[in-house]
Design a protein around this ligand. Structure first.
Ligand code: NDP
Length: 792
C-alpha cells in the first residue's frame, strides 16, 4: 500500500499489546488455580474451565469452592480480624499503600490478564480499571490513617463476604476490598466464575506485599459458592455487586441474621440530551456511556432521552460516530470495543435486540467486520422505542442504546424516573440551571452533568430503588464497613406478653376507665380504621384504659398514599422543616404533664421517669430541628476537572414500626430524623402503649405540619410491618421490636428492594445521646453524588 493511500483512508493498523508476560504467568501456574485461603493457595480438587472471550479458547482451570473451603476461608478471616483491627490506623494505612504500589508496579501485567480474561480492551484496563484500582487503595489508605479521628465512635463490622461480577473484575475487587480492609475488617471475596484471574493475581501480589495471612481470602466458584458464603454464619456483612435477581435472593436469605448488606445492582440509566447541549460533546458522551466496556456496565447510559428538536440531528451524528468505532481483539490498543464476556451473554443481547425490533424499534448497527471467532457484538442503536418496550425497561448489559424523545424538562424527568432502577443519570445541557434542576429531580444515586461514567474512590457510588442500596467509595462508603460502638453489646428485648384485658376487679371502679376509642391519623385527619375493629390499651396490671383502632393493610395503603401525596415536604426548605419541628416541641411542652401522666398510666412508671421521657422527647425534637439545616452534604474533589456534590436527599416514604417501650420517646426518636430530612412517614406506634401516639395527633394538628407528612396507624406491628414491607410505594422500612419483626421486615422488603433499618430485637437506650444524631440521619437520607464540571 502506498503512503498516499494511508493518507487517503486514514485507517488504523494493528497495534497489538504483547501478552507474553501474561501467558508466562498462566503457564507458571499450569493454567490451574486453587483458592487463596489463610495466606496460601490451595490445591484445586474440583475445578471448572474458563474460556477466553475473544477467541473462545480454553484459558484456565479454576477451583469450585465447596462448603468446607468457604468455611476454611471464613475461619481464616475470623482469626485474622481482631489482630488486623487492633493494628494502628497507620499500620493498616501502610499495608494499603503497599498494595497500591504493588498494583502500580504490576499494572501492565494486571491490565493484560484482565483484557484476556474478560475480553475488554487493553486501552480500558490499562487506562481506567487498573489505575483506578490503585487509587482506591491509596484513597482508603488515607481512611485507615485517619480512622481514629474520622470515625472515633465506630468499630469495624468484622468478617465481610464480598461477591463481585465479571464486568469490572479487578476494579470491583479494589472497590470492595480497599474500604473493608482500611477500616479493620477482613474479607472473603468470591470473584465471578468467568473472570477470577486478576483476583488470584492480586492475592499473589498481596502475599508478596506482606499482607498478613487471612486478611483477604479469595474463594473462586460459581453462584453456588457465592450462596455458601452468603449463608455462612461466620460472616458479618455481605457486599454484593451483580444482578438485581441475585441481589434480591441474597436480601431474602440473610434476613434476620443480623448480617449487614449493601447491594449494587443493575440499572437502565437515562442519558438526557437537551436541545441546548453541545451535541458533538454529547455524542462522545454516548460512546463512553454505552460502548465503554461493551456496554457491560451497571450504570451504562442505555436510555437516550433526546429533546425532540435535536433528536434527528443527534441520531444522525451518532450513527456517523458509530461507523467509526472499531471492534476487535482486546489486546489491540487501537480498538474501541472488545469481546462480550461469554456466549450466554451474547445470546441474551441478541434475544433482547430481536425483541426490541419485534416491538417496533428500528435497528441500526455500525457497518463493520466483526472478528469471526469469539463473542463479538457491534455497537447498536434502537430508535423509535416506546417507554413501555422491554428494551426500554430491561437491562440489556451489552452495547445497545435505545432512543426515546421528549418535549419539556418535566417530561424528561418523568421518562428518566419511569424505571424500576435508580442507579445513575447523565444530563447534557449548556444551561447550568436546567441541568441542575433536572439533576435534583432524577431518582438516581449518581448524576453526571455533561459527562458520563466518571468514577473515583473519593466519591460514593450506589443506587436507589431496584438498583440496590448502600454507597461505595468516599466517606459515605466508609460507613458501610463500620458500626456505631453504641450498638455493641445491646441486650435482647424481653418477649412481649399478649395484650389481653383481665376481668374487671374492684380496683377498676375507683376511676372511670374507657373514655374513647382513638382513631388513626391519616393525611392530617383522624380516620376510623377500615376494619372497624379496635384493640385494648391496658395498665401494667391488665386493666383497660382505652381502646385504639386496629389498623389493617387497607389503612396502611391509605396512609402510604397520603404520605406519597405530601411530596412537597421533600422540597420544603430545611429551615421550614426545622420550624415545624420546633413548633411541635413547643406544643408538646405545653401539654407535658398530660403526656407524662398518660405514660405513667400505660407503663406503670413513676412520675419522675414519665416526666423524664416527655422532657427527653421535647429535647429530641429540638435536636432534629437543629439538625434539619445542619446535616448537610459535602463536596468531593476527585482528581478530574470537576467536583461531585454529595447531596443529602430524603429517601421518600418510610414506614416506621416503633418499639414497645418508651412510647413517646421511641416514636419521636424514630420519626423526627426522618421528618427533619424531608421524608414522609407512616408510623405504627408502640403496640402495648399506643396512647402517647394517639394523644400526639392533637399536637400535630396545631403545629403546621403539612397533611400526610406523619401518618399514624395503630395496631398489631407484625401484620402492619408486613403490609409496609410488601408495599411497592414504600421506599424504606424501619422496624424496632422483636427479632421476628426484623426478620420479616428484611425478607419482605426484598419485593422492591427497599432499604431497611432494624434492631434485630435488641434494646436501644432511648435516653442515651447515641439514640440521636448523625447515625440516625444517615439512615434517613440518600446520598446523591452530582458530578459537575468545575475549575480549569
Ligand atoms: P449475577 O448476579 O448472577 O452474578 C454476580 C455474582 O454473584 C457472581 O460472582 C456470581 O457468581 C454470584 N452469584 C450468582 N448466584 C449467586 C447466589 N445465588 N448467591 C450468591 N452469589 C451468587 O450476574 P450474572 O453474571 O449472571 O449476569 C446476569 C445479568 O446480571 C447480566 O446480564 C446483567 O444484566 C446483570 N449484571 C449486573 C451487574 C452490575 O454491575 N450491576 C454485573 C453483572 C451482571 P457466578 O459468576 O459464578 O455466577
Amino acid at each position: 500500500m502506498s503512503i498516499a493511500k494511508y493518507f487517503d483512508d486514514m485507517s488504523y493498523g494493528l497495534s497489538p499489546e504483547s501478552d507474553t508476560e501474561a501467558r508466562a504467568w498462566l503457564a507458571r501456574h499450569d493454567h490451574s488455580f486453587g483458592h487463596f485461603i489463610a495466606g496460601s493457595f490451595t490445591t484445586p480438587d474440583h475445578s471448572f474451565q474458563t474460556f477466553e472471550p475473544a477467541t473462545g479458547k480454553p484459558l484456565a482451570h479454576l477451583a469450585r469452592g465447596t462448603a468446607a473451603e468457604v468455611d476454611a476461608a471464613v475461619t481464616a478471616a475470623r482469626k485474622a480480624q481482631s489482630p488486623w483491627a487492633k493494628l494502628t490506623g497507620h499500620a493498616r494505612a501502610r499495608h494499603l499503600y503497599a498494595l497500591a504500589r504493588m498494583i502500580q508496579r504490576h499494572a501492565r501485567l494486571i491490565a493484560v490478564v484482565e483484557a484476556i480474561d474478560n475480553g475488554k480492551p487493553i486501552r480500558e484496563t490499562r487506562d481506567i480499571d487498573v489505575p483506578l484500582a490503585a487509587r482506591h487503595f491509596t484513597h482508603h489508605a488515607g481512611w485507615a490513617q485517619l480512622q481514629a479521628t474520622a470515625f472515633p465512635d465506630h468499630a469495624p463490622l468484622g468478617v465481610v463476604g464480598q461477591i463481585i461480577p465479571w464486568n469490572f473484575p479487578f476494579l470491583m475487587l479494589a472497590w470492595k476490598l480497599a474500604p473493608a480492609l482500611a477500616l479493620g475488617n477482613t474479607v472473603v471475596l468470591k470473584p465471578a466464575e468467568y473472570t477470577s484471574l486478576t483476583a488470584l493475581l492480586f492475592a499473589e501480589l498481596a502475599q508478596a506485599a506482606g499482607l498478613p495471612a487471612g486478611v483477604i481470602n479469595i474463594v473462586t466458584g460459581e453462584g453456588d459458592t457465592g450462596a455458601l458464603l452468603v449463608d455462612h454464619p461466620g460472616i458479618d456483612k455481605i457486599a454484593f455487586t451483580g444482578s438485581t435477581e441475585v441481589g434480591r435472593l441474597i436480601r431474602q436469605r440473610i434476613a434476620g441474621t443480623g448480617k449487614s448488606l449493601t447491594l449494587e445492582l443493575g440499572g437502565k440509566s437515562p442519558f438526557i440530551v437537551f436541545d441546548d447541549a453541545d451535541l458533538d460533546g454529547a455524542v462522545e458522551g454516548v460512546v463512553d456511556a454505552i460502548w465503554f466496556n461493551q456496554g457491560q456496565v451497571c450504570c451504562a447510559g442505555s436510555r437516550l432521552l433526546l429533546q425532540e428538536g435535536i433528536a434527528e440531528d443527534f441520531i444522525r451524528r451518532l450513527k456517523r460516530r458509530m461507523d467509526n468505532l472499531r471492534v476487535g481483539s482486546p489486546l489491540d490498543k487501537s480498538i474501541d470495543m472488545g469481546a462480550i464476556v461469554a456466549p450466554v451473554q451474547l445470546d441474551r443481547i441478541r434475544a433482547l435486540v430481536a425483541q426490541g425490533v419485534a416491538e417496533g424499534a428500528t435497528l441500526y448497527q455500525a457497518a463493520m467486520d466483526l472478528p469471526t471467532n469469539g463473542c463479538f457484538y457491534p455497537p447498536t442503536l434502537l430508535t423509535g422505542v416506546q417507554p413501555a418496550h422491554i428494551v426500554a425497561q430491561e437491562e440489556i448489559f451489552g452495547p445497545v442504546a435505545v432512543t426515546i424523545t421528549f418535549r419539556t424538562p418535566d417530561e424528561s424527568v418523568q421518562l428518566a424516573n419511569h424505571s424500576r432502577y435508580g442507579l445513575s443519570a447523565s444530563i447534557w445541557s449548556e444551561s447550568i440551571s436546567l441541568a441542575l434542576q433536572v439533576a435534583a429531580k432524577v431518582e438516581a444515586g449518581v448524576v453526571w452533568v455533561n459527562a458520563t461514567n466518571l468514577f473515583d474512590a473519593a466519591v460514593g457510588f450506589g443506587g436507589r430503588k431496584e438498583s440496590g442500596f448502600g454507597r461505595e467509595g468516599g466517606r459515605e462508603g466508609a460507613y458501610e464497613y463500620l458500626k456505631p460502638k453504641a450498638m455493641l453489646g445491646r441486650k435482647l428485648r424481653p418477649a412481649q406478653p399478649p395484650i389481653t384485658a383481665r376481668s374487671a376487679s374492684i380496683a377498676d371502679f375507683v376511676a372511670p376507665t374507657i373514655d374513647r376509642t382513638a382513631k388513626l391519623f391519616i393525611a392530617g385527619k383522624q380516620a376510623r380504621p377500615d376494619g372497624n375493629y379496635s384493640r385494648p390499651v391496658l395498665t401494667p396490671r391488665g386493666a383497660l384504659i382505652a381502646e385504639v383502632g386496629e389498623g389493617n393493610r387497607k389503612d396502611i395503603r391509605n396512609a402510604v398514599s397520603a404520605a406519597r401525596k405530601a411530596e412537597a415536604w421533600a422540597n420544603a426548605t430545611a429551615h421550614n422543616r426545622a420550624q415545624v419541628l420546633y413548633y411541635i416541641a413547643e406544643n408538646l411542652s405545653a401539654r407535658a404533664t398530660e403526656f407524662a401522666s398518660r405514660i405513667s398510666a400505660m407503663t406503670g412508671q413513676g412520675a419522675a421517669k414519665a416526666d423524664a421521657e416527655v422532657a427527653a422527647s421535647i429535647e429530641r425534637l429540638f435536636s432534629y430541628a437543629a439538625w434539619a439545616d445542619k446535616y448537610e452534604g459535602s463536596v468531593h474533589a476527585p482528581p478530574l476537572r470537576g467536583v461531585a456534590l454529595a447531596m443529602h436527599e430524603p429517601i421518600g416514604v418510610v414506614g416506621v414500626i416503633c418499639p414497645p417501650e418508651a412510647p413517646l420517646l421511641g416514636l419521636i426518636s424514630l420519626t423526627a430524623p426522618l421528618i427533619a430530612m424531608g421524608n414522609r412517614v407512616v408510623a405504627v406506634p408502640s403496640a402495648p402503649h399506643p396512647l402517647s401516639a394517639t394523644d400526639f395527633y392533637g399536637v400535630l394538628e396545631t403545629s403546621d405540619m403539612p397533611d400526610g407528612v406523619l401518618n399514624i396507624v395503630t395496631g398489631d406491628p407484625q401484620p402492619l410491618a408486613e403490609a409496609l414491607a410488601t408495599h411497592a410505594d414504600v421506599d424504606a422500612l424501619w422496624a424496632f421490636g422483636s427479632e421476628a419483626l426484623s426478620e420479616s421486615a428484611e425478607r419482605l422488603s426484598a419485593s422492591n428492594l427497599k432499604r431497611t433499618f432494624v434492631d434485630h430485637g435488641r434494646l436501644t437506650d432511648w435516653h442515651h445521646p447515641s439514640a440521636e444524631g448523625a447515625d440516625w440521619l444517615r439512615h434517613a437520607t440518600e446520598v446523591k453524588n452530582i458530578w459537575i464540571p468545575y475549575g480549569v
